[in-house]
Design a protein around this ligand. Structure first.
Ligand code: F6P
Length: 359
């Protein structure tokens, strides 16, 4: 048996750890061969882009960020499926089937986020044997408690908050930190609590700038002459709209960003405080995966191969509590997993006096 493996969507720390686990488990436990598909699903179009993956060729990749297979992001799934290199429409499932036959692949393991899982599901619906492995720093895929890459991103954002605290305090400033997460506030929430932010703004809880300023002024009057505000890129004011750098049109997905500066300007306008804004951006996608993410990625990769061996195609591996399980791809492609706006974590934070910009 030969398994094809690909990574799609935005990269994140831990992708190489999954690839390694798949190759090692396939080869050592089941005696299967593995072919790497380069550039996500693009690599399965004609001409195919592949590389041989063996325990020898993947040595040393466990701690390395990014993906040795390359990936494509920022493109809509329907565009990836529709267009050949020359821009002409294709029957994507037919092309994938033909190229899998040519490469002698029995099945595929597709590692990716919501877009990649959506493509995997439609290929499975068309009869292609495929298993999904969820990844993303955003932690927003339904059906899994955690995606790998998320904890490393939270680490990076928390370290940034630690560093920004000392300069904010020295200069008696408000520092606004914008983090990624797309339509979910998971990175802002977990890094905000871990890094001791005073205000956390997330898409799930529309904020009122007056409440944010009230928190900052109260802290000042009580002797804390600085404040740290962490804001998720998808956050928005009550009654307002998300801040978008590039609209969702044509071949590209919507790109978020700019809310940090808007919040910073509003705070500066409503208080006498000196305000600075830091946008962490793609720093959150890089670096070596944390041990938690390496372990999760390794467990996901090994389980994906176990599912292949059991011919349980159309499933996505997932984490439930501390157990690795699987769910139908259909359940993982519904809508994004959001932070419960009155959930335990938000309540814990509010109990600590952290403001979400609401009453
Ligand atoms: O989904 C991961 C993510 O980093 C989001 O948090 C962010 O909105 C987006 O990807 C950025 O995408 P790109 O790398 O295409 O700019």
């Amino acid at each position: 048996m030969k398994i094809g493996v690909l990574t799609g969507g935005g990269d994140c720390p831990g992708l190489n750890a999954v690839i390694r686990a798949i190759v090692k488990t396939a080869s050592l436990k089941y005696g299967c061969r593995v072919t790497g598909i380069e550039e996500g699903f693009e690599g399965l179009k004609t001409p195919v882009k592949t590389r041989l993956l063996t325990p020898w060729t993947i040595r040393g990749i466990l701690p390395i960020g990014g993906t040795i297979l390359g990936t494509t992001s920022g493109r809509k799934p329907q565009q990836i499926k529709k267009l050949a290199g020359d821009g002409k429409p294709i029957n994507f499932s037919k092309v994938v089937k033909e190229n899998m036959e040519m490469l002698e692949l029995s099945c595929l393991i597709s590692i990716g986020g919501d877009g990649t899982m959506g493509i995997a599901k439609s290929l499975h619906d068309d009869g292609i044997p495929i298993i999904g492995v969820p990844k993303t720093i955003d932690n927003d895929i339904p059906g899994t408690d955690r995606t790998f890459g998320f904890q490393t991103a939270v680490n990076t954002a928390t370290e940034a908050l630690d560093k920004l605290h000392t300069t904010a305090e020295s200069h008696h400033r408000v520092i606004v930190v914008e983090v990624m997460g797309r339509y979910g506030g998971w990175i802002a929430l977990e890094a905000g609590i871990s890094g001791g932010a005073d205000v956390i703004l997330i898409p799930e809880i529309p904020f009122q700038i007056e409440h944010i300023c009230k928190t900052i002024i109260k802290r000042y009057e009580q002797g804390s002459r600085f404040s740290i505000v962490i804001v998720a890129e998808g956050a928005k004011a009550a009654g307002g709209s998300r801040s978008v750098i590039q609209a969702n049109k044509g071949r590209s997905v919507e790109r978020l960003g700019g809310i940090g500066n808007q919040v910073g300007e509003a705070i500066a306008g409503m208080t006498d405080m000196d305000v600075r804004v830091t946008v962490l951006g793609h720093l959150q996608r890089g670096g070596s995966p944390t041990p938690f993410d390496r372990l999760l990625a390794t467990r996901f990769g090994a389980e994906a191969v176990n599912l292949v061996a059991q011919k349980r195609f159309g499933e996505m591996v997932c984490l439930r509590g501390n157990e690795i399980k699987s769910i139908p791809l259909a359940k993982a492609t519904r809508k994004v997993k959001c932070v419960p706006s009155h959930g335990a974590l938000v309540k814990t934070a509010e109990g600590l006096g952290i403001s979400f910009g609401r009453d």
